[in-house]
Design a protein around this ligand. Structure first.
Ligand code: GDP
Length: 296
């Protein structure tokens, strides 16, 4: 479970604070040292951790919190608010175009879960009454097109493909035309990934972006890779400009460093989280719920 270790450590720290009744500035500072360590152990970005504990301390010391009747509770409330803020505050939704189809381009490294997530997202949108089509633009990985077709079949969502001989730009354009013709109001483009970020990958993605101007470019990134995920997000955002992030494999991520850092580092919201291998295992991301879950 995500945040297992972090949650336990923070809860221990705050139990001590609550047990004290009256709190001194020193108590808060020592609690913040424990919070800092717990966040770093959860693989949260160093600067994010520093800013976070500084903010909590500032809001606590000298603002009447320590003199209040339940200072421990107040500190926890502030930590909860700041954790929520760190993850983007409110739920960030996909913006649908007033002129359909809404074009969503999924990008990311190989193995992050792009193809699976494309299907999952299509499934969710279908439940909302949309008529999505999946477009197979990963022409390099031999099994990618077939994989998308299998996913589409399971979900009863159409998959547009032109094999692996056409350029991804042309496939994307033709996919959008197809959507217009057949009344699909959402186009989800599955693009190619590579093991590492390289110029060729970025150039191809930029070409697709230029040619089809997607409404949303979303990065699919593996939460289990922690700070690497954050660095990947930073790189994709500076090259392409992202509207949002889908953090996959949260079910296997016990630490939670990516979930807690990526928004603060890139400024871009996490819109969905992948929580398992099943095609229904995708959830909208709610910062407040996750913060409450951490604090128990
Ligand atoms: P792609 O190379 O980015 O298209 O990645 P795939 O869609 O092929 O996914 C790679 C692997 O990650 C597959 O085995 C997926 O089932 C798995 N996967 C994707 N999302 C999740 C998730 O949220 N949780 C878990 N446990 N596995 C996932």
């Amino acid at each position: 479970m995500i945040f297992e270790g972090l949650s336990e450590k923070l809860q221990n720290t705050f139990k001590k604070l609550k047990g004290k009744g009256k709190l001194s500035e020193k108590d808060v500072k020592s609690a913040m040292r424990e919070v800092k360590l717990a966040l770093l152990e959860a693989d949260v970005n160093y600067k994010v951790v520093k800013d976070f504990t500084k903010k909590v301390t500032e809001r606590t010391v000298g603002h009447g919190v320590l003199e209040s009747l339940t200072p421990g509770q107040q500190v926890i409330k502030i930590v909860n608010e700041e954790l929520t803020e760190l993850m983007g505050n409110t739920q960030s939704k996909i913006t649908f175009s007033s002129k359909p189809p809404t074009v969503i381009m999924l990008v990311g490294l190989q193995g992050a879960g792009k193809t699976t997530t494309g299907g999952k997202l299509g499934g969710q949108l279908k439940k909302l009454g949309k008529r999505p089509v999946l477009v197979a633009c990963d022409v390099y990985r031999p099994a990618a097109i077939k994989q998308l077709q299998v996913v589409g079949e399971k979900l009863d969502i159409p998959v547009f493909s032109m094999g692996d001989k056409m350029s991804p730009v042309n496939i994307a354009k033709a996919g959008i035309e197809h959507a217009k013709k057949y009344g699909n109001d959402v186009v989800i483009i599955d693009t190619a990934g590579r093991l590492h970020i390289d110029e060729k990958l970025m150039n191809e993605l930029k070409d697709i972006k230029t040619e089809v101007t997607p409404h949303e470019i979303m990065l699919v990134v593996d939460a289990m890779t922690g700070q690497d995920a954050v660095n990947v997000a930073k790189a994709f955002d500076s090259e392409l400009g992202l509207e949002g992030i889908i953090l996959t494999k949260l079910d296997g991520d016990t630490r939670g460093g990516a979930a807690l850092s990526v928004r603060a580092v890139t400024g871009k919201p996490i819109k969905y989280i992948g929580v398992g291998e099943k095609l229904t295992d995708l959830e909208p991301f709610y910062p407040d719920r996750l913060a409450s879950r951490i604090l128990g």
